[in-house]
Design a protein around this ligand. Structure first.
Ligand SMILES: Nc1ncnc2c1ncn2[C@@H]1O[C@H](COP(=O)(O)OP(=O)(O)OP(=O)(O)O)[C@@H](O)[C@H]1O
Ligand SMILES: [Mg+2]
Length: 209
């Protein structure tokens, strides 16, 4: 069993969107997937509920919003991949998710301000790393098509010392529309650009596990 947390304290950066899409990609590959929603907003649980009504391969999901994920994780070992949607305002479940994780994926919007605002997230990662080896990477999300990530933002990432994935996920309506239909982007528009980015992103995530 491998555990991936998609987390960032900053709101609206795409944690739930990416966590749900990783769950879809891994399920399509035939992996036994559990999505843990550690955010009280329960967006991932809502997605799971919508998806149950659609004729697509299903995965399991549970909501765990108390700081016991690292203690409970062993009981989920029948799954190949556990994905945790974490990092809302409450640091308890996020710390706990980190202690359960092999990899932390930090979605960040491609502006310097947004990257600076990941400071809390990185501090908690460093704390957790004193107990456990945890890989971590940034992924730029909602990048405006035909724009580059600001040079200063790149530098800010380099200064933090956490690798930025090669895949840039652009701002595309397919990410929002697909979620509201209970589908991943590769199911919603298999030949679209969003789907292509998701496949590349998932491939990179897998290479870290
Ligand atoms: N690449 C993208 N292109 C277009 N829209 C996106 C993209 N990623 C996320 N969104 C949209 O941005 C909004 C925030 O995304 P999401 O809910 O996944 O973020 P979050 O980090 O989980 O937010 P929260 O902190 O509220 O849990 C949603 O409306 C989602 O549809
Ligand atoms: Mg969310």
């Amino acid at each position: 069993m491998k555990v991936v947390t998609v987390g960032n304290h900053k709101g609206g950066v795409g944690k739930s969107t990416l966590a749900c899409n990783i769950a879809v990609e891994a399920t399509k590959e035939g992996r036994k997937v559990l999505l843990i929603d550690a955010d009280t907003q329960k967006s991932s649980m809502d997605f799971r509920g919508l998806r149950a009504e659609v004729d697509v391969p299903q995965f399991n999901a549970v909501a765990v919003t108390n700081p016991t994920i690292h203690k409970d994780i062993a009981s989920f070992n029948a799954f190949d991949l556990v994905i945790i949607d974490a990092g809302g305002r409450d640091t308890g479940p996020f710390r706990s998710a980190l202690l359960a994780s092999d990899l932390l994926v930090i979605p960040a919007l491609p502006s310097q301000l947004d990257i600076w605002s990941t400071e809390n997230t990185v501090t908690l990662l460093e704390e957790a790393r004193t107990f456990k080896e945890i890989n971590a990477c940034f992924v730029a999300n909602r990048v405006i098509p035909n724009s580059n990530i600001a040079k200063e933002a790149y530098q800010a990432l380099i200064d933090i010392g956490i690798l930025l994935l090669n895949t840039k996920i652009h701002s595309r309506v397919a990410f929002a529309y697909s979620i509201s239909e209970g589908k991943g982007v590769t199911e919603y528009e298999p030949h679209g650009k969003a789907a292509q980015e998701m496949r590349e992103f998932y491939k990179e995530v897998k290479s870290w596990l």
